[in-house]
Design a protein around this ligand. Structure first.
Ligand code: ZN
Length: 432
């Protein structure tokens, strides 16, 4: 009986959430209502609330939280190669995750462990639950917003899929162009903004999605109109939809970073999409251990998501600049990430540094070469620059957690929309 009541109430819960979300999308999408909603929805959940079954998923997660001594970027790079996933960098130490079967890699001779907890213990002690974060847009909600803005601005917006994820979800892109529609080529300088390579970095989806809404809502304003008239603007908020859904599927965050590739088996293993690009693939700072959070995959571009972005960018020779969003550290990064040397072309290097500094100034973040943090090979920005000469920056958003709550969204967006506008302003000629 108890079970029946549970099932019925669960069902009612879904019906309720479903009609609530329908109600929500009947209204016109606009930036203010989205942002107000973010704040109003703090207590309401569109994600099923946790139950004991759900706790089990986190309890059974084989990863551990470790605080480990690491004095410089070389030690940090070494840790990544041993299968450790760095989530924050402190003075003389790092914090991060490691699968328990790789724990012995962090030998006491090389590194000393300052703190160790199961992921479950650590998550419980530190973090919020998803019910408090229903303001964030999941896969379907993200699509719904994209669809609305595309319908409303049908004269200049095309919405299409750049390919399917491992589980078969479409990876949606919005294109803003006054003269070319759909996938047709354009001679205008192109710009790409992409979010959510990493599942748990949900704030990145919000930044990219809200930027699309913001641009279209203000399409009549002088500065924005100029960009819309002269550029070919591509916006992909969620590159890794499977990972995002997997991260929130239990009602408690899983701290999931990778995609959900099962690698031929029956359970989710996952590949780090931002270690899967073909630039110094799986060399420094990437791990060949499947259970590692920084697992680089079986080969470069083994994953449908990174492959989709590769093909998308390769087919669009007009793309000049790109921004790829991650969280968190408040940084603006530029290549190389996978090499411990500077970009050798002076003109490009100057442009990378100059615009990183400008964007960092706007954001109040820190500009730096990506590999100054640690060397990490196979990322999107390195590949895009190396193969396509696209000037690509990585923004590591603000906050001090992967799950910084909903109130950060509007504050972070205020700053990031200006950085994105700056990127648009330099796209016609990043060298001037
Ligand atoms: Zn990331």
């Amino acid at each position: 009986m108890k079970k029946v009541i549970f099932v019925v109430s669960f069902f009612l819960f879904f019906i309720n959430s479903y009609s609530e979300s329908l109600e929500k999308y009947k209204k016109d999408i606009n930036l203010n209502s989205l942002i107000n909603e973010l704040e109003e929805r703090l207590d309401k959940s569109l994600i099923p609330t946790p139950d004991s079954k759900i706790d089990k998923a986190l309890q059974e997660d084989p990863r551990y939280y470790l605080k480990v001594t690491a004095k410089d970027k070389y030690e940090r790079t070494r840790l990544l190669e041993l299968g450790y996933d760095i989530i924050s960098i402190g003075n003389g130490y790092v914090e991060g995750f490691i699968n328990k079967n790789l724990m012995s890699n962090i030998s006491d001779k090389e590194f000393s462990i300052m703190e160790k907890k199961s992921l479950y213990e650590w998550a419980y002690q530190n973090k919020d639950f998803p019910s408090q974060d229903s303001a964030y847009h999941n896969y379907q909600e993200t699509y719904d917003v994209l669809k609305q803005i595309a319908d409303k601005n049908g004269d200049i917006v095309s919405l299409f899929s750049i390919g399917k994820s491992f589980e078969g979800r479409d990876i949606w892109a919005v294109r803003i162009n006054t003269t070319s529609k759909g996938k047709a080529a354009s001679k205008k300088p192109g710009v790409l903004i992409v979010g959510n390579h990493h599942s748990r970095e949900h704030l990145t989806n919000e930044m990219v999605l809200l930027f699309a809404v913001y641009l279209l809502e203000n399409r009549g304003e002088l500065e924005i109109k100029k960009y819309i008239d002269t550029l070919d603007i591509y916006i992909i908020p969620m590159l890794n939809p499977d990972g995002v859904e997997y991260d929130i599927a239990t009602g408690k965050y899983r701290y999931w970073r990778k995609n959900t590739n099962k690698l031929g088996g029956t359970s989710v293993v996952g590949v780090d999409l931002n270690r899967n690009y073909d630039f110094e693939w799986c060399k420094a700072g990437a791990s060949s251990y499947q259970s590692a959070d920084t697992y680089c995959g079986k080969s470069a571009f083994s994953e449908p998501e990174s492959k989709a972005l590769r093909d998308f960018m390769t087919e669009r020779k007009n793309i000049k600049t790109a921004l790829t969003y991650h969280s968190y550290s408040s940084l603006v990064l530029y290549p190389w990430g996978g090499r411990d040397t500077q970009v050798s072309d002076e003109k490009d290097r100057t442009a990378f540094i100059k615009h990183a500094e400008e964007m960092a100034k706007i954001l109040g973040y820190q500009p730096q070469q990506s590999s100054d943090l640690y060397v990490a090979s196979g990322d999107m920005a390195d590949w895009a620059y190396d193969k396509l000469k696209v000037l690509a920056w990585t923004i590591e958003l603000e906050g001090s957690s992967f799950y910084p709550g909903s109130t950060i969204i509007s504050k972070a967006f205020e700053r990031n929309k200006k950085a994105c506008l700056y990127l648009l302003s330099i796209t016609d000629n990043p060298y001037k």
